[in-house]
Design a protein around this ligand. Structure first.
Ligand SMILES: O=C(O)CCC(=O)C(=O)O
Length: 308
């Protein structure tokens, strides 16, 4: 049989686009403002076959080590997954202050955020209680300033599948919702010490296509090698970038503001990470949950609204 004929024989028929139909089962926890319905069955079934495409290794630039999946989540369910997560998760618009050189500045995070998980020194039991990883005893009061939340089933399913496919291990899911082209994240790297050296981060896109920009951190003085050129990836619904090796210690990334209609459809980004120590847990909840209002998607008004 010819190669082409073989390929078409084994190639799966493009799956139908399943609609988002609410699942009656839910994830609950005393720290959740409301229950999160489980991943709709039709999406869970199709996720079993991820990654939808083989990842492309990007390691030709200095200090860069990434795998780019186009897509990881099949396009047939990516937009449905976006609708489902936007509808069912709780979000925050975090405000905080920073002090630099004696000057205090108020920061309004320019996107909606939420976070689930706990660092490697603790873990959640099936019943939702939090125990010390080594002893198995309930975590003492005062270990955390924040109240850690277990991953809801929908993010747990995606995390487990991602771990299986990449051989990596994660204990946090951070979720960003960019409501429109005004929402953004400025150049930064996820190189906090609590992630340990050479952290691996799996970063998913659902919904609107947005540019993901990367640039090398400034080269040390006297470095003879030229600074690598900037990279621009147009991340589409279902795509995933796995950043590993020296990518976080040597490169910065951002999702800049964007004009045009596509960004107005909204975009969700999910990153899976592994925090090694307690400080990571307090840091992630401080900057992704904070102390302000809870927001929930209002399907009639088509926007995030304060939830009470
Ligand atoms: O939205 C994205 O693709 C990037 C998110 C990100 O860089 C972060 O959460 O640290």
């Amino acid at each position: 049989m010819k190669r082409g004929a073989l390929d078409s024989f084994f190639k799966p028929v493009a799956p139908k686009k399943p609609k988002y139909e609410a699942n009656a089962k839910t994830s609950t926890h005393p720290t959740y403002p409301f229950a999160v319905p489980h991943l709709p069955e039709a999406f869970a079934e199709q996720l079993q076959f991820t990654p939808a495409e083989e990842g492309k290794v990007m390691n030709e630039e200095k200090d860069l080590d990434m795998v780019y999946y186009q897509p990881y989540i099949p396009r047939s369910i990516a937009d449905g997954m976006f609708e489902y997560l936007r509808q069912e998760l709780f979000f925050y618009r975090v405000q905080y202050t920073i002090k630099r050189g004696g000057v205090t500045t108020n920061i309004n995070t320019p996107r909606f955020t939420t976070v689930f998980g706990v660092d490697a020194t603790s873990r959640f039991m099936e019943d939702g209680s939090l125990v010390d990883t080594k002893t198995g005893n309930e975590v003492e009061k005062g270990r955390y300033k924040c109240k850690p939340r277990p991953l809801p089933q929908c993010l747990q399913v995606l995390k487990d599948l991602t771990e299986g496919a990449t051989g990596e291990n994660f204990n946090f899911a951070l979720v960003n919702y960019y409501a429109d082209g005004q929402d953004s994240i400025s150049y930064h790297s996820d190189d906090e010490r609590f992630l340990g050296p050479l952290p691996t981060i799996a970063s998913f896109t659902l919904g609107a296509k947005r540019d993901f920009l990367m640039k090398h951190k400034p080269m040390p003085p006297g470095e003879s090698v030229a600074e690598p050129k900037q990279i621009k990836l147009g991340l589409a619904s279902g795509d995933m970038v796995l950043m590993r090796g020296k990518t976080q210690s040597c490169w910065l990334h951002s999702v800049p503001k964007r004009a045009g209609d596509e960004a107005k459809q909204g975009r969700i980004n999910i990153t899976f990470r592994k925090a090694m120590v307690r400080g990571g847990t307090d840091n992630y909840y401080q900057y992704n949950v904070g102390v302000g209002e809870t927001y929930k998607w209002n399907g009639e008004e088509k926007k995030m609204k304060c939830w009470s």
